[in-house]
Structure formats: C-alpha cells, structure tokens
Design a protein around this ligand. Sequence first.
Ligand SMILES: Cc1cc2nc3c(=O)[nH]c(=O)nc-3n(C[C@H](O)[C@H](O)[C@H](O)COP(=O)(O)OP(=O)(O)OC[C@H]3O[C@@H](n4cnc5c(N)ncnc54)[C@H](O)[C@@H]3O)c2cc1C
Length: 362
Amino acid sequence: MDPVFDAIVIGAGFAGAATAYHLSRLGEFRILILEREAQPGRHASGKNAALLRQAVSDAEVGAMVQETLRALEAPPEDWEQKNLFRRTGSVLLGENRVLSGFAGLLRKLGAAFELHDRNSFPEKLDAGFRAELRAAGYEALLFTSRDGVVDVAALLANYLDAARARGATLVCGAEARGVTREAEAWRVATGAGEFRARLVINAAGPWAGGLGVAAGLPDRGFAHFRRHLFLAAAAAPRLDRPYLWDTAHECYFRPDPQGLLLCAGDEEPHPAGEPAVDPRVEARLFEKLRAHFPALAPPEIRRAWACLRSFLPGSPFLIEAEAGAPGFLWVAGLGGHGMGSSFGAGRRAAERAVAFFDRQKS
Ligand SMILES: Cc1cc2nc3c(=O)[nH]c(=O)nc-3n(C[C@H](O)[C@H](O)[C@H](O)COP(=O)(O)OP(=O)(O)OC[C@H]3O[C@@H](n4cnc5c(N)ncnc54)[C@H](O)[C@@H]3O)c2cc1C
C-alpha cells in the first residue's frame, strides 16, 4: 500500500516545527505534523525564557545557534512575522575557566564577544548595571553583543505557517498513541485516526523516549529536569538592557515587557509530563538573589510556571536515524537551548530525512 504521507512529524514544538519547515523547503514532501495538545507551544517551546545565547558548551549546538541567529536577524522570505528578535546583548558571569571555555568556542564560531575581569565593563552597560555587578560576586564577565530575546510564539508560528503554506498538514488534538512498522511504512495511531508514512520523525520533547519504547525501540535513557520561571513586577522595564546569567550560581534574569523574568536555575529530575509549580523554588530564587545580587531590589513575583528540559546524557542533541529501524528519525533531547538553536537543528534533521528518501530511491 502506498503511504499517504512521506513524513509524519510527532510534536509541534520547536523540534518538530523547525524540522517540518526545513523539510518543506527541501522538496515536495507530503508532511503531516501531529500535535497532542489543542495548539502548539503548550510545553517548553511556548514557555521558555526566550533567550538566544551563543555561548554554549558544544560546538555543533553553537553552530546551530549561529544559524538561528542569522535567520532571526535577516528573516527568510517565507516567514510571515519578521520583527521577532530584540538584540540586547548578554552578560554572563562566572569562573574565569568556564567563561574562557565559552569564549574559545565563540572565537571558533566567529562570534563577537568581550571577556572582562572584575575591573572593567563592556561600554554598553550603564551606571546602574555596573553598580549591580560591583556588588555581585564573580570572577569573570562575558559580554556577547549579538545575543538577545526572541518572540518565541512568532518564531514557532513562522515555522509552522510556512510549512503549511507549502502543503504540510498540522493536526492538533492528535496524540500519537502507537507507532508500528509495517512492510514499507510506519503506521501511527491517534485519537484522530490512523496515518501512514515512509518516515516518522519523533519530535515529542520529553515524551520522545516513551514513544520510541512504545514503537519497540531501545530505551535511549533521556533525562528530564523541571525548571521554573518567575515574572516579577517592574516599573518601566529597560527592554534594551542585556540579560544577565550567572553561570557559577546558575540563575538568570532579563527585562520583559511585563516586568522582570527570573530563573533560579533549578533542575529537579522529573518524569515526562506537565510539572506543577513547587513553591520552595521561589524561596531558593530569593536566597540566590540575596547572596549573589545584593544590589537588586527584591522582586515582587506575580506569576510562576514550570516546564521540562530534556537531555540525552552524554550527548548534545539527538538528531539521527534509529539504526535498525529504517525510517525512524529522532529530533529530541534539545535541553536548554532548543529554541535558540531551532533553525539549525531543524535543518540538520530535515537533511537526514531527505538522505533517507534518497536512499530509498537508489
Ligand atoms: C524553563 C525553561 C526555560 C528555557 N529557556 C530557554 C531559552 O531561553 N532559550 C532556549 O533556546 N531554550 C530554552 N529552553 C529550552 C527549550 O524550551 C527546549 O529545548 C525546546 O522548547 C524543546 O522543544 P521540543 O519541540 O523538543 O519539545 P516541546 O516543546 O516539549 O514540544 C514537544 C511537543 O510534542 C508534543 N507531543 C508529545 N507527545 C506527543 C504525542 N504522543 N503525539 C503528539 N504530540 C506529542 C507535545 O504536546 C509538545 O507540544 C528552556 C526550557 C525550559 C524548561
């Protein structure tokens, strides 16, 4: 039987949306995107901190971030929303050894940065920012001028809308419950019906591992960690101000149109799912701020939420075909940089998909 689709993408977060987007650019493929929720972006892809950070620890992920940054700065023709990146710059604080490591990678990637000790500051930082930093405890400061804040809803919509404009189908409220290999195709059973395709792309975020096991594949051993974000009130937030990330004490904050967004850098192991807010994390955030940013006025928290970051231990992202299961592609484990690297990650995944189709032809 001829499968109805060339590819079924499971999950419409950044992994699935960016992969479908690039695949639709690379050829005339019949693409189906299945999303369990009533709309895309209900989990980490819609709830993250929206930071594009070029300083990462892995070279390949760094290259994907560079590619995403270029797309955000000069949006492709097929993106409906073009004004979706606020270039603020970022200030990372930390140990000399750690920030020098980031700087080494940035140099290799050709990214602009400044590395400072406690006695000097990037020119962009105003007097108030410098005073906050003088009161903080840190060894070194890394300033990356092209970092910034992304309109994540617009980015996700751009990927999905452009893919749909080229013929991809998005079905929401369609949870993939069973993925089975049949003669020449994969059958995906959902509450909204059964679908077949030559290729199945597992981009189900924290649920990707379970979906693989349900499809009869070995357990990849993904680990998921809950992380909270807090939105505090702030009078007249300075939206052009660089975001601040303390890598030694793992906490960060940035101005937001609604106030100040803060994160205590918490990482509690958590099963795949939708985590509830743990009130103890807010107390931990206040402890960190008191200890490391004494010049910052205690924020008045208005809203808190939590979601999951998924990792494949020992490896950066999992963007590869499953050996021994022809036509099963993973795009999962995007950890804490899956939004800011999405354009590059999706392109790599789509190229692997095309390689699979090419192999089938030959
Ligand atoms: C608190 C927090 C802050 C973050 N901040 C940043 C940041 O500032 N910058 C950055 O680059 N990254 C950040 N990240 C990381 C980033 O959000 C993730 O790497 C990225 O969103 C992962 O995308 P995804 O598509 O893999 O997963 P998800 O966003 O979880 O998407 C997976 C989708 O698959 C769907 N799905 C699951 N199972 C099924 C099924 N069986 N059938 C159909 N659909 C299914 C889900 O409903 C979901 O919509 C942050 C993460 C967290 C938790």
